[in-house]
Design a protein around this ligand. Structure first.
Ligand code: HEM
Length: 357
């Protein structure tokens, strides 16, 4: 094996995979450094098992390469690029965006909550001003990054350019699901999810929390998901928690929704035929930082999914990450590897990382 993590791939010869033509992290040095510095490396231990791994949000997590986690809504170097991708996905497949009729209040709640998070995290660029208090307050929203300025009356849809959830989701990189709570059960009744990692929001919309997690092995038998539901049902207004989740995907392809499986699924086979340089450039550790927020007015739970991807060749440049990721991938039980869709190439990924030392 000839993996050379100290010489990241600037340009890759065509591979025949469907990811040919997608941008590589390593082409732009500045962007690469920013993505590495902010990467939420997800493995605190050398083995990985499912657990109700939630913790209070907003605490900075220091990594050997930088840090992540101080903000709930994260704007990074991919902001414009990812928003453009979301727009394209929605134009091609509107089923990635759904609001059941009883979720209108939750959508306004979510929009205001996201604006407040953005304004708190990026005060130079984002600003929410209360223009007039009252039963129907008036606000002014400024998103300097997109050159947007909008005055609106809370709850009055025609004071916005569009429906509130859809509009705010055109300004954040996070996917968003809003869970309604009825009789102690949570239902995924609204959302904008354009970057699902092998699941389908259009299929899941309206399902309960337990039904949504139906396909995941171990979760039900081990009580992980009932504990998670109990935790979420008790979450108080204003409380924000977070967790991470991870998988491996091929190329910098954010939209690996089940609907498009025919498009990206074959890459999981083809990637096995690549030489080591292309393998290390194209196999990505894909991490989701998920935030869980109880919205104050509607009582809905806002579930934010922010996806980060780093190719193995970059993971390998951080020694602790290289060793830890190799250990986790090599040890991961077969049923979990099967569910994640990585069974056919995770051994090679582990070996690639080990050889890159
Ligand atoms: C404490 C809260 C939660 C826990 C512990 C949890 C746990 C998990 C785990 C372990 C997986 C498998 C991931 C993998 O191996 O790649 C999963 C998948 C998933 N989770 Fe959650 N989750 C939580 C909250 C949520 C919420 C609020 C939603 C809202 C929609 C959600 C939607 C999903 C979906 C759609 C999948 C993929 C299922 C499929 O394959 O169809 N999760 N979750």
């Amino acid at each position: 094996m000839t993996a050379t993590p100290t010489a990241p791939t600037a340009f890759l010869a065509p591979t025949g995979l469907t990811t040919d033509g997608l941008p590589l992290t390593t082409v732009d040095e500045e962007r690469r450094a920013a993505l590495v510095a902010g990467f939420p490396f997800p493995f605190p231990n050398p083995t990985y098992r499912y657990s109700t791994n939630v913790e209070p949000a907003r605490g900075a997590v220091l990594t050997p390469a930088g840090q992540w986690g101080e903000v709930v809504v994260d704007v990074d170097v991919e902001y414009r690029e990812e928003l453009a991708q979301r727009e394209q996905v929605l134009a091609r497949d509107p089923s990635r965006y759904a609001v059941l009729p009883h979720m209108r209040v939750a959508c306004w709640d979510a929009m205001l909550g996201l604006m407040r998070e953005l304004a708190a995290a990026y005060p130079d660029d984002m600003e929410l001003t209360l223009v007039e208090a009252g039963a129907r307050p008036r606000y002014r929203w400024r998103n300097g990054l997109l050159g947007l300025e909008q005055e609106f009356t809370y709850g009055v849809e025609d004071t916005l350019p569009g429906e509130p959830l859809g509009w705010i989701c055109s300004q954040v990189q996070e996917d968003v699901v809003l869970m309604d709570q009825r009789d102690g059960v949570l239902y995924g009744d609204a959302g904008v999810v354009t970057f699902a990692a092998d699941w389908s929001f259009g299929f899941d919309v309206g399902m309960s929390f337990l039904e949504i997690h139906g396909p995941v092995p171990r979760l039900h038998a081990e009580g992980v998901i009932t504990r998670a539901q109990q935790f979420l049902v008790r979450l108080q207004p204003g409380e924000v928690y977070r967790r991470t989740n991870w998988t491996l995907t091929i190329g910098r392809r954010l939209d690996v929704s089940t609907e498009l499986y025919d498009e990206w699924g074959p890459d999981r086979e083809s990637v096995q035929l690549l030489d080591d340089t292309a393998f290390g450039a194209l196999v990505h550790l894909r991490v989701e930082v998920q935030h869980l927020v109880r919205l104050p007015e509607s009582g809905a739970i806002m579930f934010l999914i922010r996806t980060y991807m780093l190719p193995l060749e970059e993971v390998a440049r951080v020694e602790d990450w290289r060793v830890r990721a190799a250990d986790v991938l090599a040890e991961l039980p077969q049923d979990m590897a099967d569910y994640k869709g990585i069974a056919k190439f995770r051994d090679r990924a582990a070996a690639w990382l080990r050889a890159a030392g």
